[in-house]
Write a protein that binds this ligand. Structure first.
Ligand SMILES: C[S@@+](CC[C@H](N)C(=O)[O-])C[C@H]1O[C@@H](n2cnc3c(N)ncnc32)[C@H](O)[C@@H]1O
Length: 251
């Protein structure tokens, strides 16, 4: 069995001390499995040959043109739900992912995956992580699956076409430990009570010390997140269209 070296954690990583692994070698195996939402153990390092190889790749293949068109029309026709007409861009996504150690081997939950702008980069950045991504719009969920498959990153990512509230509820019922929740859901378009309910649901799903990473286009939701979490840091991402702000909230 040959061994491949995994990429090292970036300097900006915040080690969780719980599910991050110190292991730096990954063994070969031929048939990786999909994420099991009910499980919470670390991944077997033997499953991720292709993902480790891709983690070192300089670029991701472009997402399908159809997925951009679908996102654009979702943004026009379902404005409140989609919250934009173009997917997030690299600079914003990399800022959002920076606290997640590259050797993280637990479960990362993504809310509002769109066509997979963040999902693909997350899967490439963290070759040992399991990823559960939800997207309420079934066309975009299917585009995310397709874009992951095109990039060869689909084997440890599960994409469900379900609302975030249901996915988080299921994770709580199954007592699945989640250290990171990343979200693009447009909180600003939700009414106050629904936004607060979603934030509280994220808080309940996270393990103590876990992190909720949410991007928005304004600071209007800051107080809502602060009211639920112990620590909150905000970072501007000007190099995105439209410019965004990232909330990093620690449970
Ligand atoms: C601003 S887009 C972000 C898409 C992608 N993450 C990105 O960064 O390009 C927000 C996405 O959240 C989805 N969404 C909105 N409400 C949702 C909910 N309750 N559950 C799951 N997805 C939701 C929308 O359909 C949309 O694709």
């Amino acid at each position: 069995m040959s061994r491949l070296k995994a990429s090292s954690p970036s300097e900006s990583c915040v080690a969780t001390g719980r599910s991050g692994v110190s292991r730096t070698t990954v063994e070969r195996e031929s048939s990786p499995e999909l994420v099991q939402t009910g499980g919470n153990s670390g991944c077997s390092s033997a499953r991720y040959r292709d993902e480790v190889r891709l983690a070192g790749a300089p670029t991701l293949p472009p997402k399908s043109l159809a997925s951009y068109i679908h996102f654009f029309f979702a943004g026009l026709l379902k404005q409140g739900q989609t919250g934009g007409i173009v997917p997030s861009q690299k600079f914003l996504v990399e800022k959002m992912l920076s606290p997640i150690p590259q050797d993280f081997s637990g479960l990362v939950v993504e809310l509002g995956a769109g066509s997979g702008a963040l999902t693909l980069r997350l899967a490439r950045r963290c070759p040992l992580a399991r990823i559960l991504a939800c997207e309420i719009n079934p066309v975009l969920a299917s585009d995310t699956r397709m874009n992951l498959a095109r990039a060869g990153l689909d084997r440890r990512v599960q994409v469900v076409a379900e609302p975030a509230e249901k996915v988080l509820g299921d994770l709580q019922r199954n007592q699945t430990g989640v250290d990171f929740v990343v979200s693009g859901i447009p909180l600003g378009t939700l009414d106050r009570e629904r936004a607060l309910a979603l934030i509280r649901c994220v808080h309940r799903t996270l393990t103590p010390g876990g992190m909720y990473i949410q991007f928005q286009h304004s600071l209007l939701d800051r107080k809502k997140i602060e009211s639920c979490f112990n620590g909150l840091r905000t970072v501007q991402a000007f190099l995105n269209f439209p410019p965004a702000v990232v909330y990093f909230a620690r449970k």
